[in-house]
Write a protein that binds this ligand. Structure first.
Ligand code: NAG
Length: 452
């Protein structure tokens, strides 16, 4: 089917059922969500002004400045592994849809969202083979309900080293810095070069000193346990190739792919598992047609065989159903861009994003539409402005969150489209930096396709 025909059909649906979606507003709001997640000293152009400076004493074991970066989700731990994935995937969208970011007035905000992560990664990369992968301790952080501006619990910092390695964490961070170096290539060439230098060092660290980061940073294992580092090593080499055009990285990617025996599973693409994303990127840069075949068979499976809720949401995992569904949507749209997919991919991708935005009558994106979550599990937005008290009574109260966390997409419904808007349900009603990353890219891709 021609692109024009797809466009006409989608336009017809939009007019006939009068369910058009404002992807531009959703994209703009998603960048506001990232502002709300900022840790550290906030800049003068901060738009989410109910957030203030916080965690200004975040330090490494030798006193290194580790302020900045992003709070992970509804909590205030800075988990490096999902944060790096977030920056890689956000960058992917900005690289491929820079024109859309520009035309919607979001390019500068998107660059700042990426730089908020990369500035922190540069600080955390304290020497060639040493990288801080977490600040804050899971259980003490989670036993606190209140504003990040007021927290007083100890925030220990944890690093990977040659004797306690983490190839997944170092690899994903290398990917993030390499991808971000492309974003900044013309906007700030010296910054771009700095990002690339650190990306190369972190890739060497990842590749030379092999290990699973959540065994080295054991506190992360209860929250973001990594299943393997084989995918991140390939993913990092791929992004380094894209950033440098140095064919040795492509060769490295192919050999690491063989060595790691990368096999996509029919599960999701997420902070832990990048194999399906690797296949899409390799389809573009490798002459080996196996990648295109595998990318297509993964996505065909998603479209035709993956479990779906009665209302059509891809159901991959109970945790963050919408994140998984919109991650797949982004990959489907990337495949379409590469000429691998057809209109069934576009239709499926659009239906997943539209589900998030309210096709069932309820929007799962905070502040979007007329009916959306008002009790998301999210500490900072739940709190009224200081000096009002904010504690577990606030959490337990029936009242709505005090601030509208524009753009944050909650976990989403269960396998039967069921959902309850309560703060206690972190499985379905929490937000997270990683949830919004590919979703934001999918919004840009849909705007690019001219559908609504
Ligand atoms: C480039 O980035 C560096 C590092 O953050 C910054 O100090 C500098 O002002 C930036 N330059 C431009 C032109 O934005």
């Amino acid at each position: 089917m021609s692109a024009l025909k797809v466009f006409s059909i989608l336009l017809l649906c939009c007019v006939a059922y009068s369910v058009c979606y404002d992807y531009k507003t959703a994209l703009t709001d998603s960048l506001l969500f990232y502002e709300a997640q900022r840790s550290g000293k906030l800049p003068s152009d901060q738009r989410v002004t109910w957030r203030k400076d916080s965690a200004l004493n975040d330090k490494g074991n030798s006193g290194e400045d580790l302020t900045g970066g992003y709070y992970d989700a509804g909590d205030f731990v800075k988990f490096g592994f999902p944060m790096a994935y977030t920056i890689t995937v956000l960058s992917w969208g900005v690289i491929d849809y820079a024109d859309i970011y520009t035309s919607t007035g979001n390019l500068e905000y998107a660059r700042k969202a990426i730089k908020w992560g990369t500035d922190y990664f540069l600080k955390a990369h304290v020497s060639e083979n040493e990288f801080y992968g977490q600040v804050g301790e899971g259980s003490s952080d989670h036993s606190y309900w209140g504003r990040p501006e007021d927290m007083t619990m100890a925030r220990p910092a944890y690093k990977i080293t040659t004797s306690a390695p983490g190839s997944d964490l170092a690899g994903e961070t290398a990917a993030a810095l390499a991808a971000a170096s492309i974003v900044f290539k013309t906007a700030n060439s010296s910054y771009s070069a700095t990002l690339l230098t650190h990306a190369k060092q972190l890739f060497n660290f990842a590749n030379t000193y092999r290990g699973i980061y959540s065994q080295s940073i054991s506190d992360a294992s209860s929250f973001y346990s990594s299943s393997s580092y084989a995918d991140e090593l390939v993913w990092a080499a791929v992004w380094l190739y894209k950033a440098t055009q140095d064919s040795s990285y492509l060769t490295k990617a192919e050999s690491l792919y063989q060595e790691g025996n990368l096999q996509y599973s029919n599960g999701g693409f997420d902070w832990d598992t990048k194999t399906s994303g690797v296949e899409i990127l390799m389809s573009d840069i490798s002459s080996n047609t196996i990648h295109k075949t595998k990318a297509k068979s993964y996505l065909d499976y998603m479209v035709n065989n993956q479990q779906k809720t009665p209302k059509g949401l891809l159901y991959i995992d109970q945790w963050g159903t919408l994140r998984h569904a919109t991650n797949v949507a982004f990959l489907l749209l990337q495949a379409v861009k590469l000429g691998i997919g057809d209109s069934t991919y576009t239709t499926m991708a659009k239906s997943q994003v539209d589900y998030a935005l309210g096709s069932t009558g309820f929007s799962y994106v905070i502040g979007y539409g007329s009916s959306y979550p008002t009790h998301a599990q999210h500490r900072s937005s739940s709190c009224p402005d200081a000096p009002a008290t904010c504690d577990w009574n606030t959490y337990n109260g029936q009242q709505a969150n005090a601030h509208v966390l524009y753009g944050g997409m909650v976990g989403g419904p269960d396998s039967n489209d069921g959902y309850t808007d309560v703060r206690s349900d972190y499985v379905h009603n929490e937000v997270a930096c990683d949830y919004n990353a590919a979703y934001q890219g999918a919004l840009a891709a849909l705007i690019k396709l001219g559908v609504s």
